[in-house]
Design a protein around this ligand. Structure first.
Ligand SMILES: [Zn+2]
Length: 81
């Protein structure tokens, strides 16, 4: 079985939850970060599953998460019915 990572590949948070396990136990797990909600399968390549190989341009830090701008609101419907 793949070793459970100690930190999130995207934000380095240390609370990782297991969402799913492969039907044949021990082949892969689906894990999710408790902070940024990044979700990945342990069988994905290192650039998606390891902090040290995750692309720098997509890494998050605690400060970046705290300062993330609000998601744009959905505009009202235009009234055609
Ligand atoms: Zn994370």
């Amino acid at each position: 079985m793949p070793a459970k990572p100690s930190e999130c590949p995207r934000c380095a948070h240390e609370r990782i939850e297991q969402l799913f396990a492969s039907p044949v136990l021990g082949v892969w797990d689906v894990l999710q970060c408790g902070r940024c909600l990044y979700t990945w399968r342990t069988s994905e390549p290192d650039r998606r599953s390891r902090r040290d190989a995750y692309p720098e341009a997509f890494r998050l830090t605690e400060a970046a998460i705290a300062n993330a701008i609000e998601v744009p609101a959905i505009p009202p419907l235009t009234g055609h019915s």
